[in-house]
Design a binder for this molecule. Structure first.
Ligand SMILES: [Zn+2]
Length: 329
């Protein structure tokens, strides 16, 4: 009996304590959940936190992934590797083939007709000049297009491939107005500083970008800075592009003054001139807006480079250099 009494004495408080603890815990749990439920903000913060590490990862991951499993290109890097993997497909044999310039570049042909505008209204016996604008398209191309449209003239725009996508509307307007869009390389690197395969890349990609927007392959290349050598001429020949330089330099890139640009043209212009300007600055656009009516008033027909050659009886040969309507002055 005593044992039962003692065990009861021990058990009852134990049970009571256990019950208290159990209820107590329940309260604590309830309290905890009660504290936790109004905490979706914390959940949100917890969800937000993993994202920044995803941004922090890229600088670290490439080192790991390239070392461990070069086959598995993470999505973020897949885009930048597309060109390399395409090239790899083309020349599986060995990496040593890459420096073998032209042989390593069996790029697809540009299957678009070449741009040739020849308006019937042009009189081949009257003076004509080709206004040319380099380095665009840009917002400053627009007033030049307005003036050409208003006064009835055409020009040639030697565009950069890199700018075409962001200025697609302007490029399309250049084309739709009947102006000529020609090649001024992809990213305006000095071609003579490049390997022949890089030259090819610069010129080819610009031609493709132009063809995709206009539906026509460009009819000529203006090498950046006018810089050319035998390699540039050889690559241009392979890409079916005559090299078009200029006979009248407005030096607009240097003076950046509308009056000086205007005078540079009006004081020096001759029949069959190819005039170089840059449609990337306001003074040039301002000068062009005044030049276009002034030149027409002086009797000059404003034609594209292709028209200038056509009406001058010149058939440009890919890879050869031309700097005025008569061919080479
Ligand atoms: Zn340029």
């Amino acid at each position: 009996m005593k044992r039962k009494f003692i065990t009861a004495l021990i058990l009852i408080p134990l049970i009571a304590v256990a019950a208290f603890v159990a209820f107590g815990n329940g309260d604590i749990l309830e309290n905890l959940t009660a504290v936790e439920t109004p905490q979706p903000e914390i959940d949100v913060i917890v969800e937000l936190e993993p994202e920044p590490p995803a941004e922090k990862n890229p600088p670290e991951e490439p080192i790991i992934e390239i070392d461990d499993a070069s086959d598995e290109i993470p999505n973020e890097y897949a885009e930048s590797d597309v060109l390399e993997t395409e090239n790899d497909d083309n020349d599986d044999d060995s990496e040593e083939l890459l420096p073998d310039e032209s042989e390593a570049l069996p790029l697809p042909e540009i299957n678009y007709p070449m741009w040739q505008t020849v308006r019937s209204g042009i009189d081949p016996y009257r003076p004509m000049i080709a206004l040319t604008f380099d380095d665009g398209p840009s917002i400053h191309t627009i007033p030049i297009l307005d003036a050409l449209e208003f006064h009835g003239g055409l020009a040639t725009f030697f565009v950069l491939g890199t700018l075409l996508e962001s200025h697609r509307d302007i490029a399309q307007r250049i084309h739709m107005q009947g102006n000529e869009i020609a090649n001024h390389t992809w990213s305006h690197q000095r071609l003579t500083d490049l390997s022949e395969s890089d030259m090819h890349f610069e010129i080819y990609n610009a031609s493709v970008a132009i063809a995709e927007i206009t539906g026509f392959a460009p009819a000529s290349l203006r090498p950046t800075y006018g810089a050319h050598n035998e390699a540039v001429m050889r690559v241009a020949e392979n890409l079916n592009l005559p090299l078009v330089l200029w006979s009248l330099d407005t030096r607009d890139w240097y003076t950046r003054d509308a009056d000086m640009i205007f005078d540079a043209v009006m004081d020096n212009v001759q029949d069959r001139d190819i005039i170089i300007m840059h449609d990337i600055r306001e003074p040039t656009a301002e000068a062009a807006m005044r030049l276009i009516p002034a030149l027409i008033e002086q009797g000059f027909q404003l034609v594209t480079v292709s028209e200038l050659f056509y009406h001058s009886g010149v058939t440009p040969t890919p890879g050869r250099i031309y700097n005025f309507g008569g061919g080479r002055r």
